[in-house]
Design a binder for this molecule. Structure first.
Ligand code: ADP
Ligand code: ASP
Ligand code: MG
Length: 419
């Protein structure tokens, strides 16, 4: 008997029909002898709708009440999925009137304790007592993803796509045998199949490569869910809720076997919502970067690519990128830094940018991968605005309008369609 945590994303609970399907699937899996725990996201489009309402009222809405609001989508999905399981269980004669086969639970009801960084909270602890009790009585816990509670009982949320992280954290806390992420694609592909028809499904991928892909824009898994899975050595199975075929296994490098070693580039990722800030005319001196990025980090802004030019005539230029949702807040923080520390600083903001990246563990032993990427982009007439590299990735900042063609030319150029 295996203990399996199954997470269903927005599209997978996007209609009454899909919710009935989830209920049937969970009961079928239980009938095969497994113990099932469900984690569900809000119905597709619901969180976006709530975010949109909040930003109409305040363009920088992040606060306690913002989390209270956007966490509500998951409550609806939990209610509906639990109702569907109990209705189906009654139909199958599994329960008598008045009994339940599933129990809906919100983050605070099972003690998903987080820190207090609203809209980007991190899980600190999960109390599994209630979950274990329900599982042992053959009741399926249906847990709201994306949400938790801080030490003062405030509702918090884990960042967009955070239900993946809820599922992995719950699976780790329960020491589950498997964590299945059900979504609207049947696995992790060499690139977003919506951007490139030639994308190929990857049967197994290492945590390291998946972390890079996720952090660089492949939203099929939230980056933090992969970090947690790697930390607890928990295998993930990304699969479709529409088609019961085998999906992609996210595993440790040792479990990958030798085959992947020959692959230099395993995937191409793209992230559309990038904003670049260029700070010119900053007086040179020790602690400049600490001052700039310290203020941004205290405002919980995630800064991505950073480039500092060599100082000339006592002044320097620093560029960095942030995601679109943080841009307005970043701009406010920079205005404040200018006022208090660098009055001569000029702030230039560039929008409508995208980041395209190639990822592969094999890259670290193969010279010339980055230069091939630059040549492929140049041949496609795509101008590169910033470059960053690590051992297993190369990222280029380009115009958002060229993102799709960049993904396609890199996918083709690195022959990922042949994998
Ligand atoms: P869910 O609501 O189930 O969490 P998401 O929309 O968050 O689903 O993630 C699934 C989507 O991720 C897919 O529809 C696909 O467009 C996108 N995606 C981006 N990169 C990849 C990739 N490399 N492989 C698979 N899907 C990807
Ligand atoms: N509903 C949340 C979101 O849209 C969490 C998730 O889908 O994982 O970001
Ligand atoms: Mg998601």
């Amino acid at each position: 008997m295996a203990l399996i945590v199954q997470k269903f994303g927005g599209t997978s609970v996007g209609s009454v029909e899909r919710i009935r399907h989830v209920a049937q699937w969970a009961l079928d899996c239980q009938a095969k002898g497994d113990q099932i725990v469900l984690v569900v996201s809000a119905m597709s489009g619901e969180t976006n709708r709530l975010v949109e309402l909040a930003t109409q009222i305040n363009p920088i809405p992040y606060s306690r009440e913002y989390d209270l609001l956007i966490a509500s989508g998951e409550q609806i999905a939990v209610g509906l999925v639990t109702l569907a399981i109990n209705t189906e269980a009654a139909k199958r004669g599994l329960i008598k009137p008045g009994e339940s086969r599933a129990r809906g639970l919100l983050g605070h009801q099972i003690g998903i304790l987080t820190d207090q960084i609203y809209s980007k909270a991190r899980i600190q602890e999960i109390d599994t007592t209630l979950l274990r009790k329900e599982i042992s009585r053959q009741v399926i816990p249906v847990i709201a993803g994306f949400q938790g509670v801080d030490s003062e009982n405030n509702i918090t949320t884990l960042g967009r796509g955070g239900s993946d992280t809820s599922a992995v954290a719950i699976a780790a806390a329960l020491k589950a045998d498997d964590c299945e992420i059900y979504t609207d694609v049947d696995g992790v592909y060499t690139t977003d199949p919506r951007l490139c028809k030639e994308a190929r499904k990857i049967s197994k991928i290492s945590y390291e490569e998946m972390m890079e892909l996720a952090s660089l824009g492949a939203k099929v898994l939230q980056i933090r869910s992969v970090e947690l899975a790697a930390k607890y050595r928990l295998p993930l199975h990304v699969r479709s809720s529409f088609d019961p075929v085998e999906g992609t296994r996210v595993v440790s490098q040792e479990d990958l076997g030798g085959a992947m070693e020959q692959v230099v580039v395993a995937g191409v990722a793209a992230d559309a919502s990038q904003v670049k800030f260029t700070l010119q005319n900053i007086s040179e001196g020790p602690g400049v970067a600490a001052k700039l990025f310290g203020s941004l980090s205290r405002a919980a802004i995630v800064v991505d690519v950073i480039v500092q030019d060599i100082p000339s005539h006592g002044v320097l230029t620093v560029s960095f990128t942030v995601g679109k949702t943080d841009a307005l807040k970043a701009s406010q923080v920079l205005d404040e830094i200018k006022r208090t520390s660098f009055p001569a600083m000029k702030i230039v903001e560039e929008r409508d940018l995208a980041k395209v990246s190639i990822v592969g563990v094999g890259m670290q032993h193969h010279p010339g991968v980055a230069s091939k990427m630059f040549s492929l982009l140049a041949e496609a007439g795509i101008d590169i605005k910033l470059i960053t590299t690590s051992e297993i990735k190369v990222s280029c900042l380009i115009a958002e309008s060229q993102m799709k063609s960049a993904v396609q030319c890199l996918h083709q150029g690195f022959e990922l369609h042949r994998l």
